[in-house]
Design a binder for this molecule. Sequence first.
Ligand code: PLP
Length: 408
Amino acid sequence: MLQPKYYGEFGGAYIPEILVSTFEQLVKAFEEAKADPSFWKEYEEILSSYSCRPTPLTFAENLTRYFGGARIYVKREDLNHTGAHKANNVMGQGLLVKRMGKTRVIAETGAGQHGVATATMAARFGFECTVYMGEVDVERQSPNVFWMERLGANVVSVKAGSRILKDAMNEAMRDWAANMDNTHYVLGTASGPHPFPEMVSWFQSIIGTEARRQIMEKAGRLPTRVYACVGGGSNAMGIFSGFFDDPVELIGVEAGGKGPGSGLHASRLAYRDSTVGIAQGYKTYFLQNRDGQMNDTHSVAAGLDYIGVSPILASLRDSGRVRFEAATDNEVLDALELTVRKEGLIPALESAHAFAQAFKEAPTMKKDDIILINQSGRGDKDIFLIADALRDPAWMEFIKKKARDYGA
Ligand SMILES: *Cc1c(COP(=O)(O)O)cnc(C)c1O
């Protein structure tokens, strides 16, 4: 029998009757993998030979001097294959799919990063792969669609609803119900019905385990504060999990978009514009109106632009264990430019939210305090967005010339 897990009042598994046996099978496979040390060994082996684990910890010496407060360290999830922490989750779920004897994977994707990661994993393991993506996102994220198709994935453009991430998730769930015998749904973050929040957090916990060991080696003590950006919550759960039992302050940073009161943001926990509800198979804080209709959200970082949030983080907010803040689009672009200029690190726009909040707090902290920032991904992929936002003239000229070359 499926015993859906709750974290405080959040979580659960609100799934269609037809999928119950599939979820039972998944929970069983997950529980067996957790109890089998050889599974975690195989997981570490594939991540070290195929991705870049353990990822390094970098001391940001120039930024530390610039702010003149706490010492700043950066955990380098940007160095994973496909450019972000998403590799940890998809490779882990890929190994589970092999264990369950399934041959086909499906995924939802918004910005396309999780789609590319899943298509990569499918190519590596020889699975069939279908990726659901809202029609609006297909148009916005054409480089990622290009790579998913090269990797052999069938990209389905979803024309229902607002044609964005939440609509793609609903479509993927429908596919799963129709094809559950041979298909596994590779959910991309620590949200959704049980066991996904716990399972994805478990795979991502490798970040926190490494980071704790590395900071003890390099700095000789625990960090004072740990910062991570929060979309669905997987990279935050990953790094935080290394420090839950320590006297370390944990800060989740959400997409503040155009700021509080603007309605144009994706902050569920910091701005407190959200309410508790049940959607997409689980109970958490959603950005929704009084009738339960989901609001439109906005962020310069496509990967943080989500209406719900991990039920585990929702519960950790309510218990006070994790503090939630939001960084606005402008603060994020400033933080990104400064990080590139001072350290030669190029954080993804998502990750730059964590940097932005850390930069607000670093100057007021003591010199022997330590800040740990999770750089969840690399920003090279964001060149179109960043160059647009900075109105870079040479870039605009380059795009115009390209368009002329194609006869536009
Ligand atoms: C997808 C993504 C995120 C947001 O997802 P979480 O599940 O909240 O971690 C953050 N950073 C990067 C680089 C991403 O690709």
